[in-house]
Design a protein around this ligand. Structure first.
Ligand code: ADP
Length: 334
């Protein structure tokens, strides 16, 4: 069976980690961002100092964590991983900071969710490489300044606008990740298929890429489902029709829209007659936080021409009506 290659024996689970590229060169797509980051890293290496702090912004699943790990790997330094919600008190962050080694990368996912006090502590640490450690309690408490070695913070956020400007200003480099075009996702799928030991026929990667919502994480997830299909059906090579059939079984939308995308379009069309509707009303109708609708759902729907954001609110396009199998009324059809 050609499907099984040296590095993937049968249906042994392959973790997310195994599909993560470890060097910048292996990171698919986003050419401008890669060139900028390469220059940034080369300069730091030449100067022999840890690079400036880096902010990675963009929707989930587009490669922020992967890039952070690549940066640490390219610099040959360890990476410490935490997240905004994991840090409940400023003290949690203080203890992480005070245990960092020189040059280490501190990755803070969902950095916009840090508590306010931790945020303040962080930007002082990022600027002055110093943290104030509280000793004692009550009126007798005092703070002792502790000098930190130089390190690099890599923050990731789906919501750059929510970062207070003093914190945002501490990042020397901000990268915006955007949804991937189908051709780039095809390359990514071909690379992942090799890692998984799956042979894809001509056009199969394209069918998968189209359904991946512009998102590498989704592309890899769908590829695994297709692999299950190939294993069960003893397919040596996966052809485009196999992809269609396998993904139809999982009710994957042909345009890559997920459950929330569809719920949003459905609400605009059925509950608000195509819009315009305000973000809060829309979010309440689909039972999701406004932040999620705005940062996860809408950018993709707008980019793919299913929705428009107007001053009066969100409007479903004729393409959206058509996708749900409906005919737009004359006024909104356009
Ligand atoms: P985020 O942190 O933005 O939510 P991740 O970095 O966790 O996203 O990426 C999700 C998955 O997609 C990872 O398993 C990674 O292997 C893969 N991935 C993301 N971007 C790329 C890329 N540009 N090239 C190759 N694989 C990628």
């Amino acid at each position: 069976l050609r499907m099984v290659s040296a590095n993937a024996v049968g249906n042994e689970p392959v973790s997310d980690e195994e599909l993560r590229p470890h060097i910048l060169e292996g990171f698919i797509g986003q050419p401008r961002l890669k060139a900028q980051l390469q220059l940034f890293l080369d300069a730091a290496r030449k100067r022999d100092v840890p690079p400036d702090h880096i902010l990675l912004a963009g929707p989930p699943g587009l490669g922020k964590t992967t890039l952070a790990m690549i940066v640490a790997n390219e610099l040959g330094v360890p990476i410490r991983v935490t997240s905004g919600p994991a840090i409940q008190h400023a003290g949690d962050l203080a203890s992480i900071l005070s245990s960092l080694d020189a040059g280490e990368v501190l990755f803070i996912d969902e950095i916009h969710r840090l508590p306010r006090a931790a945020e303040e502590l962080l930007y002082i640490a990022m600027e002055d490489f110093r943290v104030d450690v509280m000793v004692g309690k009550g009126p007798g408490a005092s703070s002792i300044p502790l000098t930190l070695p130089r390190f690099t913070v890599i923050g990731a956020t789906t919501r750059e606008g929510m970062l207070p400007s003093p914190l945002r200003a501490r990042f020397g480099f901000t990268a915006h990740l955007d949804f991937y075009p189908t051709e780039e996702l095809e390359k990514l799928i071909e690379r992942s298929a090799k890692v998984l030991g799956l042979e894809l026929g001509e056009g199969a990667a394209h069918q998968l890429a189209r359904r991946s919502r512009g998102t590498p994480r989704i592309a890899n997830r769908l590829l695994r489902r297709v692999r299950d299909w190939a294993i069960v059906h003893d397919l040596p090579i996966v052809e485009p029709d196999d992809v269609k059939e396998a993904l139809a079984l999982y009710q994957i939308d042909t345009e890559g829209l997920d459950r929330l995308d569809i719920a949003v379009l459905d609400a605009i069309i059925r509950n608000f007659n195509g819009g315009p509707v305000g973000l809060n009303n829309l979010s309440a109708m689909v039972g999701e936080e406004a932040e999620t609708v705005e940062t996860v759902c809408e950018p993709y729907l707008v980019r793919e021409g299913f929705m428009m954001r107007t001053p009066k609110g969100r409007v479903a396009t004729a393409k959206a009506w058509g996708h749900l199998g409906l005919t737009p009324p004359q006024e909104t059809g356009g």
